[in-house]
Ligand binder design. Sequence first.
Ligand SMILES: Cc1ncc(C[n+]2csc(CCOP(=O)(O)OP(=O)(O)O)c2C)c(N)n1
Ligand SMILES: [Mg+2]
Length: 356
Amino acid sequence: MTTNALPQVLAHLDEQTLLSMYWMMLLSRKVDERAWALHRQSKIAFHISAMGQEATQVGAAFAIHRGVDYVHPYYRDLALCLAVGITPTDFMMSLYAKTGEYSSNARQMPSHFGAKHLNIISGSAPVATQVPQAAGLAFAIKYRQQNGLVDRHDASQPRLALTCLGEGSTSQGEWHEGMNWAGVHKLPFICLVQNNAYAISVPVESQMAIANVADRAAGYGIAGVVVDGNDILAVYAVMKVAVERAYNGDGATLVEAKTYRIVPHSSDDDDRSYRSREEVASWKLRDPILRFREVLMAEGVLTTDAADTMDRRARAEVDAAQAAAEAAPSPEPEDALGAVYAPLDPEASPHEATPS
Ligand SMILES: Cc1ncc(C[n+]2csc(CCOP(=O)(O)OP(=O)(O)O)c2C)c(N)n1
Ligand SMILES: [Mg+2]
């Protein structure tokens, strides 16, 4: 899908929503840029980036019912998770591993997003393990709705599970198991593959013998679609169709967003060893944020002044988030000996248990 979908999608989205989408992409980029700088200043130990993939992630987030649908993200989903409700301060607290950090009280590595109040499920480091877990969640959603089981939310409310991973991770067995399960049980499930052309140093051509990950959808009996992942409105449109399919009980969708990460794999990678500077530069020209900015300006939704103001606001938010994280206390060494997970209330039902 290309920007041919533009008039239709624009008609669907009011100006405020379009500006919110732009804001989320911008905020994610500013948080991301600061994280790289903090790493190079030796203030934080590690960062893994969403830069270049903001259109895919924010487009997807705006298509789902945020906070109600389950999201089982992967490590690169900074923009997706910010759009769902994680704050820049939350993320900075993870980078600095400070006491009170939102996802695990600083026990997880940063970018292992997990927030119960937002229905963001915490993942583990082995790639693709989130896929069968998310398919299992989708199975639970369907089972509980079919059996009228009362949930935290109204059981009659349509709901789905969304998971994300990179194209390289679709070589893992877990991915196939999860996709097959979603197909067999016709689950309210969306798998968003963010195809950024590399799995660390391994180019996609060395990863698979076919052109599109989405072509495999037929093998699982589910819908598959390829979309330009640098075009936020195209991603939003494709995701909306997938969301409606899930809500209507018509089964799962495999969405493949073709995109590119414009920075190294992580703060510990040197991408000069496996890709040319010319290639990276050519993709920077297709930066999804600049592209969306041009669309919004052409449509009269955004002016240069308004864009500059948003830029300054995003920087100020990042400054405040960094200051808050730096001011927060670090864990005591003996905290490492405590419980890995928050203690659960033994009186609560398995579905209602909340950390005490
Ligand atoms: C099972 C497993 N094998 C290897 C790794 C190391 N690893 C971390 S990220 C990554 C590359 C994944 O590439 P891709 O799925 O394309 O996602 P991208 O990072 O490009 O977004 C690898 C090999 C891992 N975390 N888990
Ligand atoms: Mg990749």
